[in-house]
Ligand binder design. Sequence first.
Ligand code: C2E
Ligand code: CA
Ligand code: CA
Ligand code: CA
Length: 278
Amino acid sequence: AKEVGRDNFQFYAPEFNTRAHERFLLQEELRNALERSEFELLYQPQIDLRSGQIMAVEALIRWTHPTHGTMAPVGFIPTAEETGLIVPIGDWVLHEACRQNKAWQDIGLEPITVSVNVSARQFSEKNLVERVVHALSESDLEGCYLELELTESLIMQDVGLAVTTMNKLQSLGVQISIDDFGTGYSSLTALKTFPIARLKIDKSFIDDVATNEDDQAVASAVISLGQKLNMRVIAEGVETDEQVAFLRKNNCDEMQGYHFSKPVSSRQIERLLESRSR
Ligand code: C2E
Ligand code: CA
Ligand code: CA
Ligand code: CA
């Protein structure tokens, strides 16, 4: 009853409720952002711990808001999900990431994978696979150079749908990774059933992994789990030499984090890839 009361208040008197009013404005601005080309993708390198090479990049969206300047996803992705705007925005991300990855290949750079974050709302749209097919064909990118990052909670919402969708994606060569692994819950049975290429150990386990024994236990358990299930394991949010040393010692496959690079523009990725092929 409390909830209803609050909603009514927001509905009848939005001008007295700054938060609701701000959210309303944000929605309107988000609606216009796509056609005004206010979104941009930054890319963060993912490094193979053995070779030190960039194997992949994760696409991370930024919004240049007309008055607030550059906005991080935390400022607008939740609203985009609530309103369903995440579907067209997510589509744009998918197309732009594929187009950019193909453009890197076309200038002769060593092919890499581009990882795209997929929200629950996007994943449960009936035609996600068709949208992926469309993005690949329009950009002329081979499926094996695209990866989708899904969260445990997204997958566990509807295991049946997740298996079917993932199998279709796999038949396109598209890889699946589990983002923020360890923060949600996913059954080991489910993990084994899904065609998953990579597990991303959540940053919260990596932050203190150099000193905290519990985090060390979790990180090394995820690494061996991945090895046994034939998945690659990547650590997120890696910032220090000590973290890198721990990950090396425990045979983690890849790392991503400020230690190597923040998310950067496509131009900066080009420079990093150029220095790699030399
Ligand atoms: P995520 O997928 O877990 O992405 C990792 C976040 O950690 C990114 O924040 C990245 O910039 C940040 N990060 C990477 N390395 C480090 C590090 O060493 N230290 C610290 N402190 N942070 C690090 P960002 O770009 O603000 O994105 C936040 C979240 O927004 C993402 O979390 C993802 O869930 C969501 N997101 C970003 N782009 C998209 C998108 O295109 N579509 C959807 N649906 N969600 C997106
Ligand atoms: Ca991610
Ligand atoms: Ca993550
Ligand atoms: Ca995260």
